[in-house]
Design a protein around this ligand. Structure first.
Ligand code: NI
Length: 426
């Protein structure tokens, strides 16, 4: 911490323009961005010649510890995958498993330029501990299933997670309530969740309208879509981060617009689990805030937000046969500032500007795919490789330096997760 000067770099500004500039950081916060900072007294100077300085990427939807299931069950549709593979394996998870799975996820995220993630899982105290120790920023939710023996326990644990960790880890952790989905949480349970959210002042992170089957089932059972049902039970009044929203109607989008629902769009997961293509261009047209997420590492296999950024820009060109559906600049905003707004941190992170937290990814532009340089935003979206991420700061602390993690013991993580991951298969 202290005073850090990033010198001689090219800085991606909030307007999407890239300019040569120096960046002065005081403790956790960006103090100045400018061209005449030569006399600025720094404790540490990081030379950024031939490097691109951008806001750290924001992953708006994860189940971080699911890294433990990476490569365990692939090429399946969502419900088959959940019911026959993932849920039985998750039943065996211990708190230590979740801690190490989360450490692995954080190592991967930092090395690929992500500085904030919004996580929904269980054993969230251990996730919070991993966040606190590693120095990354996170929005944490205890995933709640509203049927079965753990429904009440999940509510109690959500409440204590909020009390214990909201604004914790020097302000790097915020907490939301995480009812898993309408198909796992009946309306009465969701009313209880909404009441708790209101009492605590907490927002909600939930999966909505991920598959066509889920929407059909909801309409059959309740006579309305998941979005309309959530509106009826009052859940949308709490401030909602909704993951997926793949199968939403024009009427659903208009409800989401009224209730200012923010969307976590997960193109990689939606493709891999054959869930469909979210109507993101229509959502953007309605003025919704849309961020990008990877979802768990087993539904998507990696937590690389650069890949998600590229998919977000490409997917809708294929879907709508409209090459300007999601231009590079828009996709990049979704991966940074809009993602930050989606997870409730729009005034905190996601932009390189004075007063924002110094959550920063620095890309080396030395490789062949960075030439020629007509347009840096295009290069980042369509050509950059996450191995180009050289240095990462979160809250003004260098967590990755010359591609080396400074707060994480990688070898220890690999040995823990290899042994723990294989045990869950049995
Ligand atoms: Ni998910």
């Amino acid at each position: 911490m202290g005073k850090i000067l990033l010198k001689n770099g090219e800085v991606l500004g909030p307007d999407g323009q890239v300019n040569k500039a120096d960046l002065a950081i005081v403790d956790a916060v960006i103090d100045q961005v400018g061209t005449a900072l030569d006399d600025w007294q720094a404790d540490q100077v990081i030379d950024c010649t031939d490097k691109l300085i951008m806001p750290g990427l924001v992953n708006t939807h994860t189940h971080a510890a699911m890294t433990l299931f990476r490569s365990y069950a692939d090429d399946m549709a969502l419900m088959d995958w959940l019911q026959n593979k993932i849920w039985p394996a998750e039943d065996k998870l211990t708190s230590d498993d979740v801690y190490w799975g989360t450490q692995l996820a954080i190592a991967e995220m930092l090395k690929t330029g992500t500085t904030t993630f919004a996580d929904m899982y269980s054993f969230m105290d251990d996730v919070a501990k991993a966040v606190e120790e590693t120095g990354i920023r996170a929005v944490l939710s205890r995933g709640m299933i509203g049927v079965g023996p753990n429904a009440a326990l999940a509510l109690a644990e959500s409440k204590s997670l909020y009390t214990d960790w909201h604004n914790g880890a020097e302000g790097r952790i915020t907490v939301m309530l995480g009812p898993h989905a309408p198909y796992t949480c009946p309306p009465d349970y969701l009313k209880t969740v909404s009441a708790l959210a209101e009492q605590l002042g907490a927002e909600i992170h939930i999966h909505l309208s991920e598959t066509a089957g889920e929407v059909e089932e909801c309409i059959k059972q309740y006579g309305k879509s998941p979005i309309a049902l959530m509106n009826e039970v009052g859940l949308l009044d709490c401030g909602v981060l909704a993951a997926h929203c793949v199968h939403v109607s024009a009427e659903d989008i208009s409800i989401m617009q009224k209730k200012m629902v923010r969307v976590a769009h997960n193109p990689g997961s939606n493709m891999k689990l054959a869930s469909g293509v979210a109507p993101v261009p229509a959502m953007l047209e309605a003025g919704l805030v849309v961020g990008l997420g990877t979802d768990g590492a087993s539904s998507n296999n990696n937590l690389d937000m650069l890949e998600e950024l590229r998919l977000a820009a490409l997917l809708h060109k294929v879907n709508t046969l409209n090459p300007v559906a999601i231009p590079a600049k828009e996709a990049l905003a979704m991966a940074t500032a809009n993602g930050a707004a989606a997870v409730g941190l729009g005034k905190v992170t996601g932009k390189i500007a004075a007063g924002y937290q110094a959550d920063i990814a620095i890309f080396s532009m030395k490789e062949p795919h960075w030439y020629p340089r007509h347009n840096r935003v295009s290069l980042l979206t369509y050509a950059a490789n996450s191995a180009d991420v050289d240095t990462v700061l979160v809250a003004g602390k260098v967590l990755l330096s010359n591609r080396k993690l400074t707060t994480i013991d990688e070898e220890r993580i690999y040995s823990e997760v290899q042994q723990r991951g294989l045990k869950l298969e049995k």
